[in-house]
Ligand binder design. Structure first.
Ligand code: PMP
Length: 361
């Protein structure tokens, strides 16, 4: 008799793991996840608390209030929005809905690893286009697309490289892909990038019938623990995701808090300003203590540890952990000697640089 086994591909997926602060009573500085160092918006927190009184009821399956809040805020059509449990769930749902065994899904070399997981979980095959100097190479992506390419994922800006491509290149990618390929623009870090040649993809969605944009409340809005993401796309894509999502996939406190966060301009501006001040500071200081830092438009930087046989990435990670600081090694992205470091609060950033100077000095 056959032993119980998951379907092909699932066995290749490694469960998510990242270093967690030991519960040793110390105050840890966690720069290993791309969270908001200022915490959640006060308005979101108040809405969350108020909604908590109703948690004996199922959440609104239609996500009406939250979708309207998103539509108002972004001046987009409410009927083209779907909300999910983090944008991660949306990545899984759209992959399941559009790709399966025998289909190909296109990604870029150092693209967000959540894409690969979703592709394998759906039983589809990932095709990986090479990048150029850690930046997406649009022509390489177009060249890898074929009759079987059902989805093309583009994280813009990308995690963990922190790099982005300008809107004219995203347009070029869209028009270079076959019409049967759904282009998924993951704009998780869009709120941090105010470059004039950058777009989260809203107008690209509006001018085509095969583009889905994905956003999240986990970063700028500081609601990573609540798990709220959303997508904006053409009707058939939204309908397909609605058809297969759990009816109650976003909890009622999460829906209420996310809607309230969109009205908290003060929190957003404070978050943006903090990042705009400390991202360049961190980049400069990390270079000063000997790391190679790649230019980032996100709330984190990618930093390469100098090649020194006596000092590997792990030694740096261990030293930082000894000092109570967590950062993320990104070897699973093929970036063997690199760390992804999130911008923290002032004192956290300064403590990190001091600890790095000790080990690299
Ligand atoms: N996309 C990208 C590019 C990310 O970096 C992340 C979080 N690490 C996600 C999607 C998923 O975020 P969430 O599920 O918290 O919305």
């Amino acid at each position: 008799m056959d032993l119980l086994s998951p379907r092909p591909g699932v066995g290749q997926i490694k469960p998510y793991r990242s270093q967690r602060p030991p519960k040793d009573g110390r105050r840890w500085i966690d720069l290993s996840l791309t969270q908001n160092p200022l915490g959640p918006s006060r308005l979101a927190l108040a809405a969350y608390r108020e909604a908590a009184g109703q948690i004996h009821r199922y959440p609104d399956w239609s996500q009406d209030a939250l979708r309207h809040a998103i539509a108002r805020r972004h001046s987009i059509d409410v009927d083209h929005i779907v909300c999910t449990s983090g944008s991660e769930e949306l990545i899984h749902l759209v992959t399941q809905a559009f790709a399966g065994p025998g289909d190909e899904v296109l990604c870029h070399e150092h693209g967000y690893r959540g894409f690969l997981k979703a592709i394998r979980a759906a039983g589809a095959t990932a095709t990986i286009a090479a990048e150029r100097d850690l930046v997406v190479d649009v022509q390489a992506m177009i060249d890898r697309a074929n009759d079987r390419t059902k989805i093309c994922f583009l994280a813009n800006p990308n995690n963990p490289t922190g790099t982005y491509i300008p809107v004219d290149l995203v347009q070029r990618l869209r028009s270079g892909l076959p019409p049967h390929t759904l282009l998924v623009l993951d704009s998780a870090y869009a709120d941090y990038c105010r470059r004039s040649n950058y777009s989260d993809g809203t107008e690209i969605v509006e001018n085509s019938d095969n583009v889905l944009m994905i956003r999240t409340f986990s970063k700028m809005h500081g609601l990573a623990g609540l798990r709220v993401g959303w997508g904006y796309g053409p009707q058939p894509v939204i309908e397909a995701v609605n058809a297969i999502r759990g009816a109650f996939n976003v909890s009622s406190p999460a829906q209420a808090a996310a809607a309230a966060a969109l009205t908290d301009a003060e929190h957003e501006e404070a978050t943006y300003a903090h990042n705009a001040e400390w991202l360049p500071w961190l980049s400069r200081e990390l270079e000063r203590v000997g790391l190679r830092v790649y230019p980032s438009v996100c709330n984190f930087v990618l930093a390469r540890v100098p090649t020194d046989p006596s000092l590997g990435v792990q030694a740096v990670v261990d030293h930082l952990a000894h000092r109570g600081i967590l950062v993320k090694p990104v070897s699973d992205y093929g970036l063997l000697d690199c760390l992804r470091i999130t911008v923290g609060r002032e004192e956290e950033n300064k403590a990190l640089v001091v600890a790095l100077a000790e080990v690299l000095g």
